[in-house]
Design a protein around this ligand. Sequence first.
Ligand code: URA
Length: 248
Amino acid sequence: MSRKGPAVGKPRSQGLADILFTQGFGTRRECTLLVRSGQVCVGGTLVEDPDVCFATEGLVFEVGGEPWEYHASALVLLHKPAGYECSQKPSAWPSVMQLLPVPLRNRGVQSVGRLDQDTTGLLLVTDDGPLIHRLTSPKHKVPKTYEVITARPVDERQAQQLRDGVVLNDDPQPVRAELCEITGPHALRLTLVQGKYHQVKRMVAAAGNHCEALHRSAFGALNLAQGPALGHWRFVQPAERSMLLQRE
Ligand code: URA
């Protein structure tokens, strides 16, 4: 901890109220008041001076007793339940943004691509525009894995059709699954590197079946094996972020 002064080299250090401001806890004035009113602890110690500086890397602080990790840019993994739209301005269902705390929403986070209202599973949400572009651009071929429950029994002919490529109604070029595995009498695991509108549902329909339920189990190197639970979220840690970006 130190008083505010010129930033010299690394690690980066910032005044506590400024830190709260960058993390979405309100206007600069509101953040100053939060600190002055005794609602912020760092390392278990109450800090009432808004100008006291802390190194931001790896910083964990508490606001109103709730712990919060500092992240220069927010990248969040949300386990999306059914019944939520990914849009910021949803038309019929609540927005997934309602599952996130106010400081994240204040940072203007957006979903990385979209899942349908009735699709469950791994959704990334971030305030980093270039990262959204990097992860959704077809050029980078980031694999996404989907678990599909089908209405009719699946067979090897359908799976092979999905691997070979099927034609969807908006593009004469066939789209193929990178991987397609039969995981049960009515179940498929599909890995795709594109992100077309309703892609899984349309591909399964083009192969002569119907998607009854859809769950995204992995996005690049990230999966839901270690949580969070349905409807919950967690920050993606820097090492996981690097893994996401390494995959081509
Ligand atoms: N493909 C779909 O059809 N729906 C989704 O939500 C995601 C991929």
